[in-house]
Ligand binder design. Structure first.
Ligand SMILES: [Zn+2]
Length: 348
């Protein structure tokens, strides 16, 4: 008997897992993109289930409004503005020291996604936007790695396992990416914590299935309503003319022109600016935020609270990787004006 058997005994007793399945789970590397609502539940369950290595990528810090549903975090994490990936990793290492946990505080881009995906046996979607999901889809289909879509809104959750070359991929259903501005977000209509946990649980169930019996996974979409208890299984077919999984076109991976000068984070209600071309500017920007009355609550973050001309509050956040984030607006012009006002220096 393996030394770790008592820890996983109840899981191993489930017929589809068994000792052989547990060994496959133990040997697996899972990449989890995002560590917010869905991500904290996924990570907790995957680590307790005994995956070998969990790689967590998240670009944000913990806020008080996260605690209602993001189960790895506490008030101290929010007060210290800990990066979500690192706060989750610290907790998860206490949950299961057998699991190797990597935390990356960064933004997934066409430039870095291939190297991340190719290290994984499976990718978990814990994002809140289609831009990143299309990146995941294209990178996973290109590399032939399964991934598990998850989305939540209000009382409703949707889950879809993607098995490249076997079942439909995201572009089979949506050949082009929907405009973020046309979609409702949880910042607008809210979400219940129970919607999050049942949706993430469904994703992790499919992850365990994919790791233990890759050829058997049912590719149907699961649509659930936590309020009414309705659960629908929707079988879908591949689009044999799909630009991605049939014609092998991966538009999300092709960076068209220079990187965007900003990203509107619709579900987060924030605007993000990429790192400066000159890395030396990071220190100048950090100093400018502190000079304006900002705080440096941990090694990864500088923050400054400001108000706009209408008196509305915003938070300016500078990350150690050089990204800048302006919260409580989706207006890039306002975000840039607030940022420049805080910098108070032509060099920033
Ligand atoms: Zn497809």
């Amino acid at each position: 008997m393996p030394e770790t058997t008592p820890r996983y005994a109840r899981q191993i007793r489930c017929a589809p897992i068994g000792e052989a399945g547990q060994a496959r789970i133990r040997a697996a590397t899972v990449l989890q993109v995002g560590c917010g609502a869905l991500g904290t539940v996924q990570a907790e369950l995957l680590v307790r289930a005994g995956v070998g290595r969990l790689i967590i990528i998240d670009r944000d810090v913990v806020e008080l409004s996260n605690l209602q549903r993001q189960i790895c975090f506490d008030e101290e994490d929010a007060r210290l503005r800990r990066p979500k990936a690192e706060a989750a990793a610290a907790r998860l290492r206490r949950v299961n020291a057998e699991v190797e946990i990597e935390a990356h505080v960064t933004h997934l881009t066409p430039e870095n996604i291939r190297s991340c995906v190719r290290r994984a046996d499976l990718v978990m979607d814990a994002t809140d936007n289609f831009e990143t999901r299309f990146l995941i889809n294209d990178a996973c289909v290109e590399a032939g790695i399964p991934w598990i879509y998850g989305g939540v809104l209000g009382m409703e959750g949707t889950v879809m396992p993607v098995r490249p070359g076997v079942g439909p991929c995201l572009r089979c259903l949506l050949p082009t990416r929907p405009e973020a501005s046309a979609l409702p977000t949880i910042a607008d209509v809210g979400v219940l914590s129970t919607t999050v946990t049942i949706t993430a649980s469904t994703q992790v169930t499919l992850a365990l299935w994919a790791l233990t019996d890759p050829g058997g996974v049912d590719c149907a979409v699961r649509a659930l309503d936590v309020w009414t208890g309705a659960l629908r299984r929707i079988p879908l077919k591949r689009n044999l003319a799909c630009p991605c999984c049939a014609r092998r076109e991966f538009p999300s991976l092709e960076a068209a022109g220079p990187p965007p000068d900003h990203t509107v984070m619709w579900a987060r209600n924030a605007v993000m600016f990429p790192p400066p071309a000159d890395p030396a500017l990071l220190a100048a920007r950090a100093a400018a935020l502190l000079a304006a009355g900002g705080v440096h609550p941990n090694d990864d973050v500088w923050e400054l609270a400001v108000t706009d001309d209408a008196g509305a509050p915003h938070t300016l956040t500078l990350f150690a990787d050089g990204r800048a984030l302006v919260s409580d607006t989706r207006d890039p012009a306002l975000a840039l004006a607030l940022w420049r006002a805080a910098m108070n220096s032509p060099d920033c």
